[in-house]
Design a protein around this ligand. Structure first.
Ligand SMILES: Cc1cc2nc3c(=O)[nH]c(=O)nc-3n(C[C@H](O)[C@H](O)[C@H](O)COP(=O)(O)O)c2cc1C
Length: 371
C-alpha cells in the first residue's frame, strides 16, 4: 500500500478565540478581523485545509468557507456538515458549486452533532442514531448525484430522490469526505465513505488500535487501502519545553478539574454532550486517567478538556518534541493533522515556522484526494 504524503490543516475559530480558556474576560469574540488574521497565516503557511466547525455559536460553516475560498489562493475549506440539517440535493449542489468556484478546493467534514439537546433545540428532533442513518444516505445521494448523467433513483429509509443535478464538482470523483465521530456507527460510516477519518487526541498506541479496527471495517467495502486517518489536536509549542508548559498552564489558569460546569454552556451542556458523543466520552475519560499531571504521554496534555468539550488533547513541547510526537501518530498510521492552538493566528504562525520544517519532503500542500 502506497503511503500518502502528510497533510496539515488548521482550525478557524468561528465560535471565538481566547488567550485563557478559563477566563471569559480573555475571550476574543468572532469577527471578520479575527478570522482574516488566522486565514492569512494559514493560507501562506504550508497548510492545505482549514476546518470550519459547526455548533450553536459558530458562524455558519459553508458561508464562511465560501467567503474565504474566494479570498485565498491555497487553502481548502474543510466544511462541517451536520447530517439531518440540509436537504442532500441542496448540499450536493452547494458543494459542487463551491468546488467549481474554488478551483477544486473543498473538503467536507461529516458530523452527527455533539449534543442531542442542541440538535433538538434547532428543530431537528432525530436522535444521533437516526442522524447517522441520514448521514449514510446523504453521502450516498451526493455521490450518486455527482456521478449521474441521468436521474438517480434513491429509495432510502429517510430520503426518496429522483433528481438529476448540475453542476458537478471539479474534483474527481468528488471532494474528499472527512468524518469525526467515535461510536460504532461513526466508524462504520467512515469505513464506507471517508477519505480521512479524524480522531480527537489519544495515546498513539490507542490510535493504532482504532486504525486497525476502522481499516478492517473498510475492507468490507473494498476500501482498506483507500481510507486515511488524521488527528485533530491542539498545539502548544514554544522555543523551550519549559516555556511551552508555562504557556499551557496559562491557558487554563483558574480552572478546576472535573468542574464541567466551568465549560462554555455549563453543566447541562456538558451532560448532554456526555450522553450524546462517544468520541467526547473518550476525551473526558483520558482527562480522568491523566491524574494530577494531566499528561497521558510525555508531550500529550489533557488540560484543555477541563474547560471545553471536543478537541481537548494538546501536544506540548519545543518544536522538535512537537514534531516527534506527531511522528508517533504517523507511525501509528495517521497521514493528516487537523490542528489548532490559542490564540489561533499566533499558534499557527509558530507551528508553520518552527514545526512544519521537520516534515519537509514528506508533506504535501495538496488536500487528501478521494479515490
Ligand atoms: C475530529 C472531530 C471533529 C468534530 N467536529 C464537530 C463539529 O464541528 N461540530 C459538532 O457538533 N460535533 C463535532 N464533532 C463531534 C461529533 O459530532 C460527536 O462525536 C457526535 O456526537 C458523534 O457521535 P459519536 O462520537 O458518538 O459517534 C467532532 C468529532 C470529531 C472526532
Amino acid at each position: 500500500m502506497a503511503i500518502p504524503p502528510i497533510t496539515f490543516g488548521w482550525f478557524l475559530p468561528t465560535s471565538g478565540d481566547s488567550t485563557c480558556l478559563a477566563d471569559p474576560a480573555q475571550r476574543l469574540p468572532q469577527s471578520r478581523a479575527l478570522f482574516d488574521e488566522v486565514v492569512d497565516v494559514v493560507d501562506g503557511g504550508g497548510f492545505s485545509y482549514m476546518l470550519m466547525p459547526v455548533n450553536a455559536t459558530c458562524w455558519e460553516a459553508t458561508v464562511v468557507g465560501s467567503y474565504y475560498a474566494a479570498r485565498t489562493n491555497n487553502i481548502a475549506p474543510l466544511i462541517a456538515l451536520r447530517s439531518g440539517y440540509c436537504n442532500p440535493v441542496l448540499s450536493a449542489k452547494m458543494y459542487a458549486t463551491l468546488d467549481q468556484l474554488s478551483g477544486g478546493r473543498l473538503c467536507i467534514n461529516l458530523i452527527a452533532g455533539i449534543n442531542d439537546d442542541d440538535t433538538r433545540a434547532d428543530g431537528v428532533p432525530d436522535t444521533k442514531e437516526i442522524r447517522y442513518e441520514k448521514m449514510d444516505e446523504e453521502v450516498q445521494i451526493m455521490k450518486a448525484l455527482w456521478a449521474a448523467v441521468s436521474p438517480i433513483d434513491h429509495q432510502g429509509k429517510h430520503y426518496q430522490i429522483s433528481a438529476l443535478m448540475e453542476p458537478k464538482p471539479l474534483q474527481a470523483p468528488h471532494p474528499p469526505f472527512f468524518l469525526g465521530g467515535g461510536s460504532d456507527q461513526a466508524l462504520e460510516i467512515s469505513a464506507k465513505h471517508s477519505t480521512v477519518h479524524l480522531f480527537w487526541g489519544d495515546r498513539p498506541a490507542g490510535i493504532a488500535e482504532k486504525i486497525k479496527d476502522v481499516r478492517a471495517r473498510a475492507a468490507k467495502y473494498g476500501r482498506a487501502d483507500q481510507i486515511q486517518f488524521g488527528m485533530r489536536l491542539q498545539i502548544v509549542c514554544r522555543e523551550t519545553e519549559e516555556e511551552a508548559w508555562v504557556a499551557a498552564e496559562r491557558l487554563i489558569a483558574g480552572a478546576t478539574k472535573f468542574e464541567l460546569a466551568n465549560m462554555h454552556g455549563g453543566q447541562a451542556s456538558a451532560e448532554g454532550i456526555r450522553r450524546t458523543s462517544a468520541a467526547n466520552r473518550d476525551v473526558w475519560r483520558l482527562l480522568e486517567e491523566s491524574g494530577n499531571s494531566l499528561k497521558i504521554h510525555p508531550h500529550l496534555w489533557t488540560g484543555i478538556s477541563m474547560v471545553r468539550s471536543g478537541a481537548g488533547v494538546a501536544v506540548v513541547g519545543n518544536p522538535e518534541q512537537v514534531a516527534a510526537t506527531l511522528d508517533e501518530f504517523v507511525d501509528a498510521g495517521c497521514t493528516s493533522f487537523c490542528l489548532s492552538g490559542y490564540p489561533h493566528a499566533d499558534a499557527a504562525r509558530i507551528f508553520a515556522d518552527r514545526v512544519l520544517p521537520y516534515f519537509q519532503g514528506r508533506m504535501s500542500e495538496s488536500i487528501p484526494r478521494a479515490a
